[in-house]
Design a protein around this ligand. Structure first.
Ligand SMILES: Cc1cc2nc3c(=O)[nH]c(=O)nc-3n(C[C@H](O)[C@H](O)[C@H](O)COP(=O)(O)OP(=O)(O)OC[C@H]3O[C@@H](n4cnc5c(N)ncnc54)[C@H](O)[C@@H]3O)c2cc1C
Length: 487
C-alpha cells in the first residue's frame, strides 16, 4: 500500500494549476488527496509562457472589453454566463496569486505590472513572468499546497479507473506497478489536455485525456471534444513529438510571419495581420502552404532591439539558441501544431458535471467560456476561476455529508501481456492526418471506423493494465469522441 489512508473527503486527479488551486480553496477540515501522474512539475501549466489575462487595477481596460475580445476570438459561440464569471472574477484570482500564494509578475519601470499584448486582445492585459509565467504560477501554488496539513500530494500516481458508489466514488490508483483502491465523497478531475492524441503537440507527456475517459466511463457528458486549438507558431522540428512553443507574445511584441519566399503574407488573409486570433493565423498558414506548395514558414522579430528581445523572452531565446537559431538576428522556422482543447467534460458554472459529486476543471473541462476558439492567456485564468468555484461549492455541500465511505468494486484484470506495440502511434497518425487545422472531410469516416476497431482491440481485456494500456485507452476514447462529432 503506497497510501496509508483509504478514505478522503475529496480526491483531485491532477496537480496542475486547476488541481492545486482547488486544493488550496477547500476548507482545512476536509481531507484531500491530490494526484499527479508524473512529477508535479510536468504538466501543461508549467509550460505556459505568455501569461494570464485579466483586468486588475487597469484604468485603460475593463471587463466588457475583455469579454468582447473573448467573444470575437470564440466566434460569438461562448457561454455568456460562464464568460461573465471568467472576466469579472479574474481580478480576484490574479490578486490572490500574488498576495496569498507568492506568485510574481514582471513590473515596468514605474512599478506597475508590465501587462503584455497577445493576438486578439485590444488592450495590454496579460500578466506575465518573463516567458515562464506558468512555471512561476505552479511554483507558488505547489509551495503553498505543500504547507497544508489536510492535503496529501501523491506524485507518480495515476488514477486508472473510478466507479460511483452511494457515498461518492471509489478510485483505483496505480503507482510503481502497484494498485490501490481509495474512496472519496467528491471527485475533482483536473487532468489537463489531450495533446498526446496528436503526433505533434505543444503539450506535456501527461496530456493523454485520462480524465475525459474516466468522466465518460462514469456517465458524464463530454462536449465539443473536436474544438481543438492549433497554435500557429510551434518551433518546426518534426523530430520530436513535443513541439516547443514560441509564444503568441512574440507576435504581440511585433514579430512578422513569413512564407517560404521570406515574404509577409497575413495581409492576404486577415486585416489584423499577425495579431489575428490563433485559428485564423493557423488557417492562413495552411492556405498559404497550399498556395506555395511548401511547409516552410518563419517567425521574424529580428527587426526589434536585441536586448529587449533577450530580456522579454529569455527562455524562448535560449531554447532557440540550443536549436541553432538566434531570435534576435534571424527568422526561426515555425508551423502550426495541436495546442489546446476547448471542449471536454461538460460542467456548469461551479464546475459540476451531471454526475452527482463529480467535478471537472481546467483544460479537461468544458465551461464554454472560450467558444469555438480560445483567446490567448484565458486558459490559466479559466483553470483558476472554475477550480476555486468547484472548491467553494464542495465546501458548502460537504457541510452535511455523512461520514460513511462505501467500497466500490472493480473488475479484476489479470492479463500479463502488454497491449500490442504501435496502437498509440497509429492513433496519433490518424488524428494528425485527418483532423488537423483543415479537417480531411473525405476521410473522416474511414478514420472513425479505424479508431472504433482500435478501441475494440484495446477493450478486449486481454492486456496488462499498465500505464501504456491506460493511456492508449484514454487516447483512443478521445480520438473516437473527436471524430464522432465530425460525422
Ligand atoms: C506550451 C504551452 C503554453 C501555454 N501557454 C499558455 C499561456 O501563456 N497562458 C494560458 O492561459 N494558457 C497557456 N497554455 C494552456 C494552459 O497552460 C493549460 O490549459 C492549463 O495550464 C491547464 O491546466 P490544468 O491544471 O487543467 O492541466 P495541467 O497543468 O496539464 O495538469 C494536469 C495534471 O493532471 C495530472 N494527471 C493527468 N492524468 C492523470 C491521471 N490519470 N491520474 C492522476 N493525475 C493525472 C497530471 O500529472 C497533471 O498534474 C499553454 C499550454 C501549453 C502546452
Amino acid at each position: 500500500m503506497f497510501l496509508a489512508e483509504k478514505n478522503y473527503d475529496v480526491i483531485i486527479a491532477g496537480a496542475g494549476a486547476a488541481g492545486l488551486y482547488a486544493a488550496l480553496h477547500l476548507p482545512p477540515h476536509l481531507r484531500v488527496l491530490v494526484l499527479s501522474k508524473r512529477e508535479a512539475t510536468l504538466c501543461n501549466s508549467a509550460l505556459a509562457q505568455g501569461g494570464i489575462a485579466g483586468v486588475w487595477n487597469s484604468p485603460n481596460d475593463n471587463i466588457e472589453l475583455h469579454a468582447n475580445d473573448t467573444r470575437i476570438a470564440g466566434a460569438f459561440t461562448n457561454n455568456p454566463k460562464t464568460l461573465q464569471i471568467l472576466v469579472s472574477e479574474a481580478a480576484h484570482d490574479i490578486e490572490q496569486l500574488v498576495s496569498d500564494y507568492g506568485v510574481e509578475f514582471d513590473r515596468a519601470e514605474d512599478g506597475d505590472y508590465d501587462r503584455t499584448l497577445e493576438g486578439g486582445h485590444c488592450r495590454r492585459r496579460i500578466f506575465h513572468y518573463a516567458d515562464s509565467t506558468g512555471a512561476e504560477i505552479l511554483r507558488g501554488l505547489l509551495a503553498s499546497t505543500r504547507t497544508l496539513p489536510n492535503v496529501i500530494i501523491s506524485e507518480f500516481t495515476t488514477m486508472s479507473r473510478a466507479v460511483k458508489t452511494e457515498t461518492g466514488f471509489s478510485c483505483e490508483l496505480l503507482k510503481n506497478e502497484e494498485f490501490q483502491v481509495v474512496n472519496c465523497h467528491y471527485l475533482i478531475l483536473a487532468t489537463g489536455g489531450i495533446g498526446r492524441v496528436y503526433e505533434y503537440t505543444t503539450n506535456s507527456a501527461i496530456a493523454t485525456g485520462d480524465g475525459i475517459r474516466i468522466a465518460y466511463e462514469l456517465g458524464a457528458r463530454i462536449k465539443n471534444l473536436s474544438l481543438i486549438q492549433f497554435h500557429p507558431t510551434a518551433f518546426n522540428n518534426q523530430h520530436t513529438r513535443e513541439c516547443f512553443l514560441i509564444s503568441e507574445a512574440v507576435r504581440g511584441e511585433g514579430a512578422y510571419l513569413r512564407n517560404c519566399h521570406l515574404e509577409r503574407f497575413m495581409h492576404k488573409y486577415d486585416d489584423r495581420l499577425e495579431l489575428a486570433p490563433r485559428d485564423v493565423v493557423s488557417h492562413a498558414i495552411i492556405l498559404e502552404s497550399q498556395r506555395t506548395g511548401s511547409k516552410e514558414f518563419w517567425l521574424d522579430i529580428s527587426h526589434k532591439e536585441p536586448d529587449e528581445i533577450r530580456k522579454r523572452f529569455p527562455k524562448i531565446y535560449q531554447k532557440l539558441l540550443e536549436q541553432g537559431y538566434d531570435l534576435t538576428k534571424e527568422p526561426v522556422p515555425i508551423f502550426p501544431c495541436q495546442h489546446y482543447l476547448m471542449g471536454g467534460i461538460q460542467v456548469g458554472s461551479n464546475a459540476q458535471t451531471r454526475v452527482e459529486r463529480l467535478y471537472a476543471c481546467g483544460e479537461c473541462a468544458h465551461t464554454g467560456v472560450h467558444g469555438n476558439n480560445r483567446l490567448a492567456s484565458n486558459s490559466l485564468l479559466e483553470a483558476l476561476v472554475f477550480s476555486r468555484r468547484a472548491a467553494e461549492e464542495i465546501a458548502k455541500e460537504a457541510a452535511d455529508i455523512s461520514p460513511r465511505f462505501d467500497d466500490g468494486t472493480f473488475q479484476p484484470v489479470t492479463a500479463t501481456e502488454p497491449i500490442p506495440h504501435g496502437i498509440r502511434t497509429e492513433l496519433r497518425k490518424i488524428l494528425q492526418e485527418n483532423y488537423f487545422v483543415i479537417p480531411n472531410t473525405e476521410h473522416i469516416r474511414t478514420a472513425y471506423e479505424r479508431v472504433t476497431e482500435l478501441i475494440q482491440l484495446i477493450a478486449c481485456e486481454d492486456w496488462k493494465m499498465d500505464l501504456d494500456y491506460l493511456e492508449a485507452k484514454s487516447q483512443a476514447t478521445c480520438a473516437y469522441l473527436i471524430l464522432e462529432e465530425q460525422l
